[in-house]
Design a protein around this ligand. Structure first.
Ligand code: CUA
Length: 341
């Protein structure tokens, strides 16, 4: 009786566990999935998804067949009361050949499907391809448009429907450029240029992130790709080419005066001022970006003052060196930076 009760409570516990795990899995599957590879918006990302589907369904079939056979054998040939030692056999040549050959065939099929996709992904630039250099830094992304004379950070703008060649470099250690909805990962390797060509097919903001462990703030190294109409892109380019907007208020003027006093000029460039450093992100039009600190904080007064009051609290280990600022100084700088549209 006691054993029977214990069995029932064990069963109940197992059921509860199963329910909790299922609920957690369901919850994990809910909500927005801005970095999903299941919603491709380029031919390259679609090719990856096609391959993933083939591999996934092949795995499902193999799983069902193997587990089905296993469960059948376990039940059909289980030990019954009064059974002695079964007849001892060693090996079955035909079976062993079969289960060696079957996986090889499967792998060959997947390889044959993969190779043309690798070649398609290696397609190069055309005459009207836009070229962008993406440079990985600990822990932010720099984007250079050599033909347009633009340098920006953490927000890459691209025109929809036009092919773009992204050349990947690194300034320090290994990083990896990954925007799941646009393409699979590709490493940013010091001393080497990796590149790929894609044509974004729909407008929108696509989240990207460094996908190679690159130091303490690796997980806080994000970026955005803004894919927009040709007209919106041209307007963005025209604005990016201009020097910084002159400070529009006394507070903003005080903010600009702090650039030299606090040493910002040594690391950041703000065209139109004496700030010409090339160590940190370009800030000439930082006010027009949606986020700061490599996609970590929203570009609001609150976000900016959080960052300026303690960059190490937001992104531990980052290389921004800034003396402690008074509340007023933070206010002036925030007003100034927000005005840099
Ligand atoms: Cu850069 Cu991880």
């Amino acid at each position: 009786m006691k054993g029977h009760l214990r069995g029932a409570s064990n069963k109940r516990r197992a059921m509860t566990l199963l329910l909790v795990v299922s609920a957690l899995l369901l919850a994990a599957a809910c909500g927005a999935t801005p970095q999903s590879i299941l919603e491709p918006t380029t031919a390259s990302a679609r090719r990856s998804l096609e391959l993933l589907s083939v591999v996934f369904w092949a795995s499902v079939v193999v799983f069902v067949l193997v587990e089905g056979a296993l469960v059948y054998v376990l039940i059909r040939y289980r030990r019954r009361r009064g059974d002695g030692l079964p007849r001892q056999t060693h090996g079955n040549t035909r079976l062993e050949i079969a289960w060696s050959i079957a996986p090889v065939i499967l792998v060959v099929v997947i390889a044959v499907l993969t190779v043309p996709k690798i070649f398609a992904d290696a397609d190069g630039a055309e005459a009207d391809t836009l070229r962008v250099r993406a440079i990985g830094h600990q822990w932010w992304f720099e984007f250079v448009y050599p033909e347009l004379g633009i340098v920006t950070a953490n927000e890459l703008h691209l025109p929809v429907g036009r092919s773009v060649e992204i050349q990947l470099k690194s300034d320090d250690v290994l990083h990896s450029f990954w925007v799941p909805r646009l393409r699979g990962k590709l490493d940013m390797v010091p001393g080497r240029v990796n590149k790929f060509v894609i044509t974004p097919e729909s407008s929108g903001t696509f989240l990207g992130q460094c996908a190679e462990f690159c130091g303490i703030a690796h997980a806080l190294m994000k970026f955005r790709v803004v894919v927009e109409s040709e007209a919106a892109f041209d307007a963005w380019v025209a604005n990016e080419k201009t020097a910084r907007a002159p400070p529009a208020s006394e507070q903003a003027q005080a903010g600009e005066a702090l650039l030299a006093a606090k040493g910002c000029v040594a690391c950041h460039t703000i065209r139109g001022t004496n700030a010409a450093g090339v160590i940190g992100p370009e800030l000439t039009h930082v006010g027009s970006r949606s986020h700061i600190a490599a996609g970590i904080l929203p570009n609001t007064r609150e976000g900016l003052s959080t960052w300026l009051s303690g960059p190490q609290d937001v992104k531990p280990g980052n290389f921004m060196v800034i003396p402690e600022l008074s509340d007023d100084e933070v206010e002036y700088l925030v007003t100034y930076l927000q005005g840099l549209k």
